[in-house]
Ligand binder design. Structure first.
Ligand code: NAD
Ligand code: IPM
Ligand code: MN
Length: 366
């Protein structure tokens, strides 16, 4: 059986806590003969700053480049608030995304039946929710230049971030969204703000053209990003695939996360372009961050991280059966009533991060 090279980058805060649970699942898959992995662990974010003085060592980037896939926990935390902007923990993650060309970030928001009650919205609004946010990940205001703070003659300051998109960048993310929609309900909503932003004008124009030229069978709707945020909480099930830029995608996916019950539920895949050999670079990570407020307490929900492994099995290794099995184990574990603190309702028994990981592994074996 092929052995896949998996680089684990636990990172900071709850990152290592949720990664420890994914390692249990990786070990189980190996023992069950469903997939074998060669895993290696390395540092990213604040943990890397502490050792190397920067959030992503060149040697780590080289390992990431050579791996078949990367699993990342989370980066950041108050401990590193004082470090220089260019070497803050988040810069390590952004460098990984940019250098590996991971332009397509898939963030599925699925409301598990057992969790409809845990959502911030009424259960009937979210029950059965299954949408896919396709976030552009290597362009836009995250990377546009200039990006600076300068001092004006009067001593006050001026800060600039630059939102940039090219035709090619929009085209490739549009293709990802339309291709995904074809395998789902066949509907794409594209969110931008063409009413105030030139990048929004180009975004809408390019998405419209890609649709007309290649995807007449898919339904396309344009929605202004502010309205989109409102629609997500008003009637989330209207969405199938939602494609948007880097910053809007960041914000809208945190909104979508709450529809599913918790930020601790949302996995993600960050994918590069398919190369001549048919492979692509890929990094899998939960949508949530390092959650400094709960780090070290055993409160973290590991489901987003374990769900990210399931996406890795499906998208990087073509192991759909193993991915289905992991996802089914998560579904059954939730149905059995297992709840970490973030998804518990009043009166429910709360279990720890490790207990949730163990419960999922037990269901895998069942
Ligand atoms: P956060 O996502 O870390 O936490 C937001 C809230 O959600 C917190 O109350 C937290 O306790 C809760 N939460 C998050 N994940 C959870 C989980 N798995 N289980 C239970 N509860 C969970 O966002 P933040 O507090 O704004 O950011 C903290 C740090 O994380 C910052 O340094 C930020 O830059 C970084 N961050 C990193 C990533 C990443 O590495 N991909 C993503 C987002 C934020
Ligand atoms: C995310 C995070 C990151 C982002 C940060 C940590 C750089 O919020 O992955 O959603 O803004 O992309
Ligand atoms: Mn985010």
């Amino acid at each position: 059986m092929t052995s896949y090279k998996l680089l684990l980058l636990p990172g900071d805060g709850i990152g290592p806590e949720v990664m420890a649970e994914v390692e249990k699942v990786v070990a189980w898959l190996g023992n069950a003969g469903l997939a074998t992995f060669e895993t290696e662990i390395d540092l990213v974010g604040g943990a890397a700053i502490d050792v190397h003085g920067k959030p992503l060592a060149d040697a780590t980037l080289a390992k990431a480049d050579a791996a078949d896939a990367i699993l990342l926990g989370a980066v950041g935390g108050p401990k590193w608030n004082g470090v220089a902007y260019d070497i803050r923990p988040e810069a390590g993650l952004l460098r990984l995304r940019k250098e590996l060309g991971l332009f397509a970030n898939l963030r599925p928001a699925i409301c598990y039946p057992a969790l409809a009650e845990a959502s911030a919205l009424k259960p009937e609004l979210v029950e059965g929710l299954d949408m896919m946010i396709v976030r552009e990940l290597t362009g836009g205001v995250y990377f546009g230049e200039p990006k600076e703070i300068t001092t004006l003659p009067d001593g006050s300051k001026r800060a600039v971030d630059t939102q940039v998109y090219t035709t090619a960048e929009i085209e490739r993310i549009a293709h990802v969204a339309f291709d995904l929609a074809r395998k789902r309900l066949g509907r794409v909503a594209s969110a931008e703000k063409n009413n105030v932003m030139k990048t929004g004008v180009l975004w809408k124009e390019v998405v419209t053209r890609v649709h007309q030229e290649h995807y007449a069978d898919v339904e396309l709707e344009h929605v202004l990003a502010d309205n989109c945020a409102m629609q997500l909480v008003r009637r989330p099930k209207q969405f199938d695939v939602l494609v948007t830029d880097n910053l809007f995608g960041d914000v809208l996916s945190d909104v979508a996360a709450m529809l599913t019950g918790s930020l601790g539920m949302l996995p993600s895949a960050s994918l590069g372009a398919i190369d001549a050999k048919g492979t692509r670079k890929a990094l899998y990570e939960p949508v949530h961050g390092s959650a400094p407020d709960i780090a070290g307490k055993g409160f973290a929900n590991p489901i987003a991280m374990i769900g990210s492994l399931a996406m890795c099995l499906r998208y990087s290794f073509g192991l759909g059966v193993a991915a289905d099995r992991v996802e089914a184990a998560i579904t059954r574990t939730l149905a059995s009533g297992a709840r970490t603190r973030d998804i518990a309702s009043e009166g429910t028994k709360v279990i720890s991060t490790a207990e949730m990981g163990d419960a999922i592994v037990r269901e895998l074996a069942a």
